[in-house]
Design a protein around this ligand. Structure first.
Ligand code: F6R
Length: 244
């Protein structure tokens, strides 16, 4: 696991965008795994900027998002479908993009269909954020690692963390569809981003703790190509002082 500590959220976002750009330059038809949440917003803004100045071309790129609330209408501003259109897809020329369908009539069938689509493809670079409880995608702390795309009940701590995006906590959906740990681990490269003091503890746990499904992100230690980019606030002071 390679850890990069950047001075600021802006620097973190630029570094992440550079890694995505290098990936697409090396392989124009790259398959990207994408995340939502507040962390990758700066990355998406920088990728849009690079696209507008002609330094990146997404025309052959295919993307798969990690997760989506369930059930949820695509027109709902809190759906990840809406988020991705607003913050990224509507501004670039990405050819094909897939997100679990929050409007599907049957979540089991949707999970199986989404898993199959990804398996037929193969993700070159997976972008991840991390929950305060260590979740990646919506793989919440558990007694085991769930392998495939599945329907999940969100943790109380995740509901509270995501309540900031909704008018009332009671509006936060209680369920979601998420890629599984196996789905994520099959990606050839993984880029995990974490910003802000609220992530410092879980990042410390990720870097120093044991591999356990109680901290789903810990499984990433078993992957051979993971880059973690954190900013100053997400790093414990001693880590930061060592770097600068
Ligand atoms: C989002 C996702 C989640 C977030 C995590 C961190 O697609 O899969 O795992 O990455 O909840 O969210 P933020 O970035 O809002 O702190």
């Amino acid at each position: 696991m390679r850890v990069l500590i950047e001075q600021s959220y802006e620097a973190l976002s630029r570094k992440a965008a550079q890694i995505v750009q290098e990936q697409i330059t090396a392989k124009p038809d790259s398959v990207l795994g994408l995340a939502t949440g507040s962390t990758p917003l700066g990355l998406y803004a920088e990728l849009i900027r690079l696209f507008k100045v002609g330094e990146i071309d997404f025309s052959k790129v295919v993307s798969y998002n990690l997760d989506e609330y369930f059930p949820i209408k695509k027109s709902n501003e809190q759906s990840y479908d809406f988020f991705m259109r607003k913050n990224f897809f509507d501004h670039v020329n990405i050819s094909k993009k897939f997100i679990p369908d929050g409007e599907a009539s049957n979540y089991s069938a949707e999970c199986a269909a989404y898993e199959k689509k990804i398996a037929d493809s193969e993700i070159d670079l997976q972008i991840l954020g991390i929950g305060n409880n260590g979740h990646i995608g919506f793989n919440e702390p558990s007694n085991f690692f769930e392998e495939k795309t599945h329907y999940v009940q969100l943790d109380e701590s995740t509901i509270q963390a995501n309540a900031r995006f909704f008018a009332h906590e009671s509006d936060v959906p209680r369920h979601a569809i998420t890629m599984g740990i196996g789905t994520i681990m099959r990606a050839k490269k993984i880029l995990l981003l974490a910003s802000g003091a609220t992530k410092a503890e879980i990042i410390h746990e990720l870097l120093n703790g044991k591999i356990s499904p109680k901290n789903p992100s810990s499984v990433l230690k078993l992957h051979r190509d993971v880059t973690v980019i954190i900013d100053r606030d997400a790093s414990l002071p001693f880590l930061f002082e060592e770097r600068f």
